[in-house]
Design a protein around this ligand. Structure first.
Ligand SMILES: *[C@@H]1O[C@H](CO)[C@@H](O)[C@H](O)[C@H]1NC(C)=O
Length: 171
């Protein structure tokens, strides 16, 4: 009897882990709170790859904006590469996520620290070569903003800390 309970418990725990990780950047379940800081998908057992080998890059259409203006951010796969998912924030000089991401067919927003839509991630986990993300600068901020992304190539292969060019916001 006791063995059976232990056995069942292990099965439940294992499947729980798998579901948690697989869903952490996927369609139905919003990114979890711990992602806000680490920008890592789900489970700690998988470490990020060295950022130098990232299969993608992040660029913006402009490098200076006024508060309240919108920046087009593009996540590209390098030639011949593809990615399934991403997680993105724009961080102020203190490292806090600021501004507002805007949802579209391919982009779903995530709220960190009780601030609405200050992060975003993919909607589906199909292979992608390019995703356009739109970010609106906060109205009352003067200073530099660093866009930071995580790119997920496969379920357990991802890169964190991928930087776009810095943006300066004139409040
Ligand atoms: C980003 O990747 C795209 C696609 O490979 C490439 O065309 C572009 O030049 C790259 N941009 C930067 C800044 O590396």
């Amino acid at each position: 009897m006791r063995n059976r309970v232990v056995c069942l418990l292990i099965i439940v725990m294992n499947s729980g882990n798998r579901v948690h990780f697989a869903d952490s950047f996927s369609v139905s379940v919003p990114a979890t709170r711990s992602v806000c800081k680490s920008m890592k998908p789900g489970h700690d057992q998988y470490k990020p790859q060295a950022s130098s080998s990232s299969p993608g890059n992040v660029t913006t259409d402009i490098t200076q904006v006024r508060g309240g203006e919108t920046v087009d951010v593009t996540i590209y796969a390098r030639n011949g590469e593809k990615f399934k998912g991403f997680y993105i924030q724009a961080r102020d000089e203190k490292g806090a996520p600021i501004g507002t991401f805007n949802e579209n067919t391919y982009v779903k927003t995530h709220s960190c620290g009780g601030i609405k839509s200050n992060a975003a991630h993919h909607v589906n986990s199909e292979d992608k070569t390019k995703v356009q993300v739109s970010w609106t600068a906060p109205a009352n901020y003067n200073g530099r903003v660093q866009i930071l992304a995580t790119i997920v190539q496969r379920f357990n292969t991802y890169w964190t800390g991928i930087k776009a060019n810095a943006i300066s916001v004139v409040g």
